[in-house]
Design a protein around this ligand. Structure first.
Ligand SMILES: *Cc1c(COP(=O)(O)O)cnc(C)c1O
Length: 470
């Protein structure tokens, strides 16, 4: 549901180009009221097609993490499967089988103790996955507390202020107190010390992010877990870790194979990723996996009758398109480990190259260099006072580029930055075009005497920005 309260675009009716309207068809149709009569499918197609032409060009959108290009074979497979409902495991057992194979592949990739027995499922994205993982943490904590006669009135979840909005939603919807570690100085994400400081007997878990949407940095999962091991040794508190690997869960295994952030770390109970980000599938598919049966309370699993057998299902939604899961299996099969490594390495190379060139332009300083997620954030040097990052973002927008500018959350609200996300298909050619446009824009901005835009002009795409505005 989108909460629209006003008509954003023009009048209430839509003029149909007479060239497209068939004989006898209306040449004007209402926009917000169901039209009275049917129209020719090709007229309807043309109207919707033309309407969408003014959407942004996905390839110039350097703001999104979500896949904007797939191979024609993937398009074909998806089109063949648009009619398959993921929940109908009975009717589409072959689709259900592909979901299981994907879960097993991810379990292996993330070093689950036993990838054949791994527990996990597809979701519509990382947000639904986060709801599940958070619920599992909450139920496990409740169960532990009840068994020792302790109260379960005030659960809390510990995380960095840089978390994606899905964790705010989880806490709001499922009544858990969010405990945010603020940023400080040049530390833009959660660290071990902050995580431990916020934990107490009511902490259901710590969320560590691989990596942060603010700057693309990886949170130090292994160090956070080690500090929690130490906490347990000192106090007896046993706090599990969930890794939000929405992006990094499909990057780190291929280009940072030695980084221990996954089920190799015993305290990591569960991991989510967005199949539609670096899993290279169109929106919406996500995944959530638990290390073993202990990490996923049985009561969250529903048993459905499946061709005379029993099948475990976990989902907030009932009906969901099967084609995204099928497309995920296609990418796994098509690329294999080496193919994914090449794609993610290329993204990283392009990100680091672009970041390096941005740094050379003069007015900018890099907050990150694209060497973790293929994402980098940059700010203006302190001595630049006659324009701001919002001006830079608006100037690039004139050329069609979407490069968001935003302020950081507590305690770095003073810092305004821009972010570039490099994904499959953002090649060096696109990077060079962006750099040229940035280079041409700077002399114009240098002639400004004061910033043209205030912080209010920024498009806030982060929950924490809202959190601190409201
Ligand atoms: C994108 C993102 C999410 C939300 O994922 P969706 O798949 O869009 O629901 C959650 N956490 C992080 C770190 C993200 O980058």
């Amino acid at each position: 549901m989108t909460v629209h309260t006003q008509t954003a675009q023009g009048s209430g009716s839509l003029a149909v180009n007479p060239m497209f309207a068939r004989a006898g068809e209306a040449t004007s149709v209402p926009k917000h009221r169901l039209p009275d009569a049917p129209m020719d499918p090709s007229t309807a197609y043309q109207i919707v097609h033309d309407h969408l032409m003014l959407d942004g060009n996905a390839r110039l959108n350097l703001a999104t993490f979500v896949t904007t290009w797939m191979e024609p074979q993937a398009d074909l497979l998806m089109a063949e499967c648009f009619d398959k409902n993921m929940i109908d495991k009975d009717e589409y057992p072959q689709t259900a089988e592909l979901e299981t194979r994907c879960v097993n592949m991810l379990a292996g990739l993330w070093h689950a103790p036993d990838s054949e027995q791994a527990l996990g499922c597809s979701t519509i994205g990382s947000s639904e996955a986060a709801m599940f993982a958070g619920l599992a943490l909450k139920r496990r904590w409740q169960r532990r507390r009840r068994s020792s006669g302790a109260d379960t009135a005030r659960p809390n979840l510990v995380m960095g202020i840089n978390v994606q909005v899905c964790w705010d939603k989880f806490c709001n919807y499922f009544e858990v107190e969010p405990r945010f570690a603020p940023m400080a100085g040049e530390r833009f994400h959660l660290d071990a010390e902050q995580a431990v400081r916020l934990c107490d007997e009511n902490t259901i878990g710590v969320v560590a992010i691989l990596g942060s949407t603010f700057d693309g940095s990886y949170e130090p999962v292994r160090e956070i877990a080690a500090a929690l091991d130490d906490l347990q040794a000192r106090t007896g508190l046993d706090v599990p870790v969930h890794v939000d690997g929405a992006s990094g869960g499909m990057v780190a295994p291929f280009v940072d194979p030695d980084l221990e952030w996954d089920f190799r770390v015993p305290r990591v109970a569960s991991i989510n990723t967005s199949g539609h980000k670096y899993g290279l599938v169109y929106p919406g598919v996500g995944w959530v996996l638990w290390r073993d049966a202990d990490a996923l309370p049985e009561e969250l699993i529903f048993r459905v009758n499946y061709l005379g057998g029993e099948m475990a299902t976990l989902a907030l939604n009932f009906s969901r398109p099967g084609s995204q899961v099928i497309a995920q299996y296609y990418t796994f099969l098509r690329l294999g480990h080496e193919g994914f490594r090449q794609v993610q390495q290329e993204c990283r190379d392009v990100a680091m190259y672009t970041a390096g060139r941005v740094a050379e332009l003069g007015p900018f300083r890099l907050l990150t260099r694209g060497d973790e997620l293929p994402v980098f954030a940059f700010a203006l040097n302190d001595d630049v006072t006659n324009f701001n990052v919002f001006d830079v973002s608006a100037g690039l927008r004139e050329r069609g580029w979407q490069v968001p500018a935003y302020t950081f959350p507590a305690d770095r609200q003073d810092l305004a930055a821009m972010r570039v996300v490099v994904r499959n298909g953002t090649g060096r050619e696109i990077a060079d075009l962006l750099l040229d446009d940035l280079d041409h824009l700077l002399p114009r901005l240098a002639r400004q005497t004061t910033p043209a835009r205030g912080v209010e002009a920024a498009s806030f795409d982060h929950a924490s920005a809202h959190r601190h505005k409201s």
